[in-house]
Design a protein around this ligand. Structure first.
Ligand SMILES: [Zn+2]
Length: 402
């Protein structure tokens, strides 16, 4: 019979990194560096259930955890789904999420500030403020109108992931079986050109390979992948970036930001997710045909529940994230890899040692163990993304900004 103590000992043995807190060196370096995370889904979580993120919460991102982890620049993801796009509600939902971020900053001006330019970092970062730039995940809120791009720029949005889980008015998605545009739409091309003029970063995460290749070729400025792991580890999973496209992002001067979610860094989880999207797509098409023929539809909720039951959660180690970073650095160079965690966006399916923004020092310890210098760690943890953002801003036509 196992005693409680043996159980604890076994648990500690099976999670050696959890048993050891991050080193003092890593904690100090995390405080010293400007850490930038390009993808945190706090705004959508706030919409689902409000929390005061300036205090201790049960979320993966809040102010105390950011300070503990040394996070300085936390891109707030303004995410809308394909279903919201179809329902015509994406514009309103995006505005509500942007309101939530501005409200967060104005209620706790000593702890947060919305960040609209990398120039403002030294001034705003003083006294431990966590800075909140806005990244829009899915171009659906533009509702097909270029004037909405100007509107969202004025509201503070500084990157747009052109599409999410289905083709939209701008681009095809990596998840959607149907390829509506075989790349970008004419409107998508107009948006990329205009984003360059305004000084917004073009984000090729989530979109199809053809759409990404077209966006990179069209953009005058460096392009980012805000949260994309390497397909090298997850063959056939188009959501992760191919070696060829990663090289194209780097050649543009841009950066590939590595996510932490199990679904992206664990090969079996990635295969499951890809299959799930394909099968749900097929189910929705069957339902559309049934609707048209006046036949009963299958329940999507029941299908989702059955899928979850047949595919239990998989666990992943921090080493899987470090392996992604290593691979990327060898493939495209130290100047073109960063981090886009996807905290608060993956239902807690994360490596055991990377549970929240408080855990960045553990990642730093992992990078040190793999031989990265302090300078290299600084580039990966935020320096590269800030270089790209400054360059995108410098290439914008300033006269057209307002
Ligand atoms: Zn995403």
């Amino acid at each position: 019979m196992k005693t409680a103590l043996t159980a604890i000992a076994l648990a500690l043995l099976s999670t050696p990194l959890l048993a050891n807190p991050p080193s003092d060196e890593a904690r100090q370096l995390a405080q010293k560096l400007i850490i930038v995370d390009t993808h945190i889904d706090a705004p959508g979580m706030l919409q689902d259930g409000w929390r005061d993120l300036s205090g201790e919460t049960d979320r993966e991102f809040d102010w105390p955890k950011s300070r503990a982890g040394g996070l300085d620049v936390a891109f707030m993801s303004i995410y809308t789904s394909a279903a919201e796009d179809a329902a015509g509600t994406a514009y309103g939902i995006a505005n509500q999420q942007i309101d939530a971020v501005w409200a967060l900053a104005s209620r706790a001006p000593d702890k947060f500030a919305v960040l609209t330019s990398p120039r403002d970092i030294p001034r705003l970062r003083r006294n431990g403020r966590v800075l909140l730039p806005l990244g829009m995940e899915n171009g659906a809120p533009l509702a097909g109108k270029i004037e909405n791009l100007h509107f969202f720029y004025k509201r503070g949005v500084r990157y747009i992931t052109l599409a999410h889980s289905a083709a939209n008015a701008l681009a095809d998605s990596s998840y959607g079986a149907a390829r509506k545009w075989n790349g970008l739409s004419p409107f998508g091309r107009e948006v990329v050109t205009e984003m360059n003029r305004l000084g917004m970063m073009v984000d090729v995460s989530h979109i199809s390979d053809d759409a990404a290749a077209e966006a990179i070729a069209l953009s005058r400025a460096p392009v980012i992948a805000s949260h994309s792991a390497f397909r090298h580890f997850t063959p056939d999973f188009e959501r992760n970036i191919s070696d060829a496209l990663a090289k194209a992002v780097a050649a543009s001067g841009g950066v590939v930001q590595i996510p932490f979610g199990t679904a992206f860094v664990n090969p079996q989880a990635a295969a499951n997710l890809q299959a799930k999207f394909r099968q749900r797509d097929a189910l929705q098409q069957r339902n559309a045909a049934a609707r048209a023929a006046g036949q009963p539809e299958e329940s999507v909720a029941e299908w989702e529940a059955a899928w979850a039951h047949e595919h239990p959660r998989l666990s992943t180690d921090i080493e899987a994230v470090l392996a992604q970073i290593d691979y990327g650095v060898k493939l495209v160079g130290i100047d073109h890899i960063g981090i886009g965690s996807d905290f608060d966006g993956v239902g807690g399916e994360l490596p055991e040692q990377l549970r929240s923004v408080a855990d960045f020092p553990r990642l730093i310890d992992g990078l040190k163990a793999r031989g990265y210098s302090e300078t290299d760690i600084g580039k990966i943890m935020g320096g590269n993304l800030l270089r790209v953002w400054r360059e995108v801003e410098a290439l914008a036509l300033v006269a057209d900004r307002h």
